[in-house]
Design a protein around this ligand. Structure first.
Ligand code: FES
Ligand SMILES: [Fe+2]
Length: 483
């Protein structure tokens, strides 16, 4: 509305108090500390510390120590010359100099200031100023240290109480296909970890933020398909369903889409406590039948501190997981991603505004998104389901979300299961049947079959799920034919 004359302001109306209400909305309530804050001693921080967490990429470890900050703790990570990984408190236990200036040794690291040598486990190897070389001192002084190791180009550390350290979960999707190569990457987010995690159970955004229409075309734009958008089938609003699984220690989102007249594409993703997600192949277009096609990416949302976080991702490459050969290994690494633009803050402000991506939407929700200011819509149910899982877990209200229960399979040497997959079934549109209803029913059944697979170990699980999906598909085709 333009104001042409001094009297035009009289035309403004407050409506039902919904219009021009800026003045009434300036208060910003506090954020939700229970599930956003992760410093030492906080409920969420204590919970998260009881799981192995990625803390940096292998490529960040060079001949120089790497200062990192994780869960509000200043740390230094390094690979000593014998190949052991150290993740130590950053400030030297002698008189506080930062070990980022330390000199990496054959074994451990040597503080630059007075030469104390710390092993990767934090024990004192040598204190050169002492007449016994620090032998006596070593009995009572140590540097804070965390168990850490490298896997798939990522450094994982355990920052919880030593006595409660679980075995590292050997997720089954690491081993799905023999021809898979796994690489790692990360993305740096200047905002609280939870809103980055929230972005996954907020699955409806894939049909908005990642649709080809969510852009502002400039004059010199060639109009090519936007690099922040998934393929056009994704832009079709899915029939969404959400389910709490494994007794509230995880949830899944299920997106069902009708593709053409005769296919239903069901995409399932896991959102796992405390901070992990899985992602089925993102270039699926639903045109060919597919049964339980698996995880092409797994991610952890790791707090740096309350207002910064890092997404750590593992990407799977190879003909089985990437049938359309769209992966780009050269785009895996520090603050990079090979699947969609808009995963980092490295674009220009203008290109981010013209073609916004996940990074732009999520970091712009404030440094710590304020839950008390949100006005949920129906499709936010996944976000709230995940937050409820988190809240119950940190309060100890859900015994099945206790870290020792979640880590049970890992501790028993068994592989942890996830349900993340794409399944495309040849189930045609039916006469006299609401198609959304049909898609919803198929979504539920696909999840049910995946969950029933929990009864089987190893390959037998995949075989069971695939054949159950085929039987289900057949039952549909024959029931249609019988009508
Ligand atoms: S501060 Fe590290 S050796 Fe003195
Ligand atoms: Fe997204």
């Amino acid at each position: 509305m333009s104001v042409d004359s001094p009297d035009d302001h009289l035309k403004f109306s407050h409506g039902n108090n919904n219009a021009y209400g800026g003045y009434e909305k300036t208060a910003i309530p506090a954020h939700d500390p229970e599930i956003t804050e992760t410093d030492p001693g906080t409920p969420m921080g204590e919970y998260m510390r009881r799981f192995w967490q990625p803390v940096c990429l292998s490529e960040e470890l060079t001949d120089l120590p790497r200062p990192i900050r994780i869960l509000g703790e200043d740390l230094v990570a390094f690979r000593d010359k014998s190949g052991s990984i150290g993740v130590l408190h950053r400030h030297c236990a002698h008189r506080g100099a930062s070990l980022e200036y330390g000199i990496i040794q054959e074994t451990g690291i040597r503080c630059c200031y007075h030469g104390f040598e710390w092993n990767v486990d934090g024990t004192l190897i040598k204190a050169p100023g002492e007449d016994d070389n620090g032998e006596r001192l070593a009995k009572r002084v140590s540097q804070g240290a965390y168990p850490a190791f490298e896997k798939y180009g990522m450094v994982f550390a355990y920052m919880g109480p030593f006595a409660e350290m679980p075995k590292f979960p050997e997720w089954e999707f690491f081993h799905t296909y023999d021809d898979t190569e796994i690489l790692s990457y990360n993305n740096i987010y200047p905002c609280n970890w939870l809103q980055v995690f929230d972005n996954i159970p907020d699955q409806i955004h894939t049909a908005q933020l990642h649709s080809p229409t969510m852009r502002v075309i400039s004059e010199d734009d060639d109009g090519s398909y936007p690099s922040t958008a998934f393929n056009p089938v994704f832009a079709q609003l899915p029939v969404m369903d959400y389910a709490s699984v494994r007794k509230g220690s995880a949830m899944v989102f299920i997106a069902g889409r009708r593709v053409g007249k005769d296919k239903i594409w069901v995409r399932i993703g896991d959102v796992i406590l405390p901070n992990m997600t899985t992602h089925a192949y993102a270039d699926e277009d639903g045109r060919e039948v597919r049964y339980f096609h698996r995880v092409f990416m797994a991610r952890w949302y790791v707090p740096v501190d309350n207002e910064n976080s890092i997404v750590f991702g593992l990407r799977m490459f190879g003909p089985s997981i990437d049938p359309f050969n769209t992966g780009d290994k050269s785009q895996c690494g520090y603050d990079k991603a090979d699947f969609l633009d808009g995963q980092t803050g490295q674009r220009t402000r203008e290109s981010a505004q013209r073609m916004p991506g996940d990074w732009d939407a999520v970091t712009s929700q404030r440094a710590i998104a304020v839950h008390a200011m949100e006005n949920p819509m129906r499709e936010d149910v996944g976000v709230f389901m995940n937050r409820r899982n988190l809240r119950q877990a940190v309060r100890g209200d859900n015994p099945d979300a206790r870290p020792d229960v979640i880590n049970q399979r890992a501790n028993a040497g068994q592989r942890d299961y996830v349900y993340g997959n794409n399944t495309v079934l040849a189930i045609p549109i039916q006469d006299n049947r609401d198609d959304d209803d049909l898609v919803r029913e198929v979504c539920k059944k696909v999840l049910e079959i995946c969950e029933a697979g929990d009864a089987y170990e190893g390959n037998e699980r995949d075989i069971f799920i695939e054949s159950a999906l085929k039987d289900f598909e057949k039952s549909y085709v024959s029931s249609v034919a019988a009508e």
